[in-house]
Design a protein around this ligand. Structure first.
Ligand SMILES: NC(=O)c1ccc[n+]([C@@H]2O[C@H](COP(=O)([O-])OP(=O)(O)OC[C@H]3O[C@@H](n4cnc5c(N)ncnc54)[C@H](O)[C@@H]3O)[C@@H](O)[C@H]2O)c1
Length: 344
């Protein structure tokens, strides 16, 4: 039987899940949509052409009318913890958007609640589920070009064209670190197969940034296995834009692995190359994944519910990414190297 899913949060990204992700995963049936804001719920209902009996303004109301196994949480970060806890209390499994929680304590509270109730809790870090990212992780961890050394990651976008006061993106809390770099931090852990130990992060905003908080950072991240990642991320870069996953260069003893992923046009931007010292770059054949991006996360979640096995990017596994993100914000504020404190 398909996993019966209540989808909570019908904002721009929630509606995009409805069109571009959920319908692709045959193991899942979305049995209701929820949004606390009636006009937003109505808009989603009309766009998705759904009957009244599938549309609700609260999880409680939805549960009074439909049977469900799990929730997908696509409300903003402030709602991730209360909505996830309410769903766990109702006996449901939870798949939650990034960034998982507004504090480490709150994240741990949800992880503990899920473990006590023996429910699956997973954070949808969708960038993991792209072929180039998985291939790069495979090449690094199998030491295809020998042991890996320093890594450089560049993310460049120019999201600075709208006039001030017309774009809510400018007003986000930590628009670069919490909204975007969380993806890159999570991929660093995944590709290297190591946990981050400390980070120095400096805000590098140029004078033309229209963002209220940081739009551009440079960071150095040290990992437990000895890897060091140099990271530059920017919403206000005037250079050629990178795909969403950024441009990666991983030095290995015998040569370099380079990759990029998620250009927003299917899988056309996914690319991995290897280049041995003194040799030419070689394109690496990428794996064919049954589901990619958010559909990959959702299918992984459905499989975890079916088997009872902790999934990749479970709430507990995501604590390392969240801790790195919060350490980055602390370092940007303190000007000091900050430890990445992952709760045990
Ligand atoms: N993975 C990605 O690539 C990616 C991309 C964009 C957004 N996101 C994430 O998706 C989430 C949503 O982003 P968005 O841009 O759609 O936000 P949004 O603010 O546009 O929409 C959120 C919706 O949630 C509803 N909501 C808030 N609290 C609620 C509650 N307690 N119960 C029911 N409904 C509630 C709001 O009414 C709103 O309609 C965020 O966590 C964001 O970080 C992820």
């Amino acid at each position: 039987m398909a996993l019966r899913l209540i989808h909570i949060g019908m904002g721009g990204w929630g509606r995009d899940w409805e069109v571009n992700a959920i319908p692709r995963v045959t193991e899942v049936e979305r049995v209701a949509i929820v949004d606390a804001d009636e006009p937003t719920l109505k808009l989603a209902q009309e766009k998705l052409d759904l009957p009244d009996k599938l549309c609700f303004t609260s999880l409680d109301d939805a549960l009074a009318h439909v049977e469900a196994d799990a929730v997908l949480v696509t409300v903003p970060i402030e709602g991730h913890v209360p909505v996830s806890l309410a769903a766990l209390d109702a006996g449901l499994h939870v798949l939650c958007e990034k960034p998982f929680a507004p504090t480490m304590d709150a994240a741990l509270q949800v992880v503990t609640a899920a473990e006590q109730r023996r429910r699956i809790l997973m954070v949808s870090q969708n960038y993991r589920f792209f072929p180039a990212v998985r291939k790069a992780a495979d090449l690094v961890q199998s030491k295809a070009l020998g042991p890996s050394g320093p890594v450089a990651v560049d993310f460049r976008r120019y999201a600075n064209t709208a006039a001030v006061g017309t774009n809510k993106h400018y007003l986000l809390h930590h628009p670069l670190l919490y909204d975007m770099a969380i993806h890159h931090f999570d991929m660093m852990r995944m590709v290297l197969g190591q946990e981050a130990r400390e980070i120095y992060c400096k805000i590098t905003d140029p004078a033309w940034s229209r963002f209220t908080e940081e739009a551009s950072v440079a960071a150095t991240v040290s990992f437990e296995g000895g890897a060091t990642v140099s990271y530059r991320g920017s919403w206000v870069s005037t250079g050629p834009q990178t795909p969403w996953a950024g441009e990666w260069r991983i030095d290995c003893e015998d040569g370099q692995i380079a990759f990029t992923s998620r250009n927003g046009q299917g899988l056309s931007g996914d690319q991995v190359t290897t280049q041995e010292i003194g040799g030419d770059p070689t394109n690496v054949k990428l794996p064919k994944l049954p589901y990619t991006g958010r559909a990959g996360a959702l299918a992984t979640f459905a499989a975890a519910v079916a088997t009872g096995k902790e999934p990749e990017s479970s709430g507990r596994a995501n604590l390392g990414s969240l801790a790195l993100m919060y350490a980055a914000a602390r370092s940007a504020a303190s000007g000091e190297v900050e430890q990445v404190n992952i709760p045990g």
